[in-house]
Design a protein around this ligand. Structure first.
Ligand SMILES: [Zn+2]
Length: 56
């Protein structure tokens, strides 16, 4: 069995992962009721999305 010739060192691995950090969840205000909702999602409170009421 051959041993791995090249291995990524602790620092190199960590260095690569420095910009892995995920951003905090984006919230947008509903144009109808002003509640903070996830973008590209229908508003949970008034069911509004893109000026239309979306029925479930
Ligand atoms: Zn709303």
């Amino acid at each position: 069995m051959g041993a791995p010739r090249r291995r990524v060192t602790k620092t190199r691995g960590r260095d690569r992962r420095t910009n892995w950090k995920s951003k905090p969840t984006q919230l947008i205000a509903c144009p109808k009721c002003g509640t903070l909702v996830l973008p590209h999602r229908r508003c949970q409170k008034c069911g509004n999305y893109k000026d239309k009421e979306v029925l479930i």
